[in-house]
Design a protein. Sequence first.
Length: 348
Amino acid sequence: MYILGIETSCDETAASIIEIKNGKIKVLSNIVSSQIKIHQQYGGVVPEVAARNHIKNIMSVIEKVLSKSSPSLLRRGLEGGIDFIAVTQGPGLICALLVGTETAKTLAYVWNKPIIGVNHLAGHIYSNWVNADKPPRFPALALIVSGGHTELILMAGHFRFKMLGQTRDDAVGEAFDKVAKILGLGYPGGPIVSKYAKEGNSEAIKMPRPMINDNNLEFSFSGLKTSVFYQIQKDSDWEGKIPDYCASFQQAVIDVLIAKTLKAAKQYKVKSVMLSGGVAANQELRQQLGEAVKLGFKTQLDAPSYHIPDLKYTTDNAAMIAAAGYFLQRYKKSALQKKIKVDCNLGL
């Protein structure tokens, strides 16, 4: 089975071809056309600018993945090479999403192929199944951290989602962007703050850990970002301490994410812990969460496994959308027969 995935939820125009064989997902081609350099001049993503560039790039990106995955797939697209098309239908920037969905509809009509709409967050979760030799076991816990989302999702099975907790204000990626702006470091903030943090002391600047001890699975990062702002107002030498500010801020975020994730994993007795989303590219978070899962369950015989996607599948891409589309179409039918609820919208 071959699936074409299309992703245009924000500022990356992406397409991918995956192959399903013996239940495993193999990426044949994955192209992402990034607009970061375009939006850097604005300090963030401008929706209309993003949509116009999607229109400009999308067909060339799709043609490249078809030709790159197999020389014959481009010709066979009209004849049977692609089994169906999976496309991001939300959440995201509406004008950007429309470019992807309308393109997918047009191709589905011309090729006479089925089309399936995929929730963007489900795509991030299913990035943990892409090229995976040992996929996650259920029940599984997914921590989604990105520019617009910070959520803990419990999976009882494929497309059986339950929202356990989410941010009440800023998402993690949004907080990184705002702190980078406060410190005059530029956009996007995540990679820049992480880069400076490598040179800093994470204990040099005292930072709050919002809601870390609260009896819930919710998050809040607005106050942490504000703390950075007020502390540099009182620090005449803050420009010479940027690495320390970055390291201290980053560690505070990681401490909160780990605490809440471990709490949820123990409360719901999960068999797998997954990290996903654009901020999952943060090396410190990837490493420290993995170590925390290992240490937090070291006395258990059946400790949960830890899963992180390849770095290239953490940020927005179409391989994860195609993978989520595969599991959605596969389990939706069987779930209906068993009268099991399939949650295509993640409860959002």
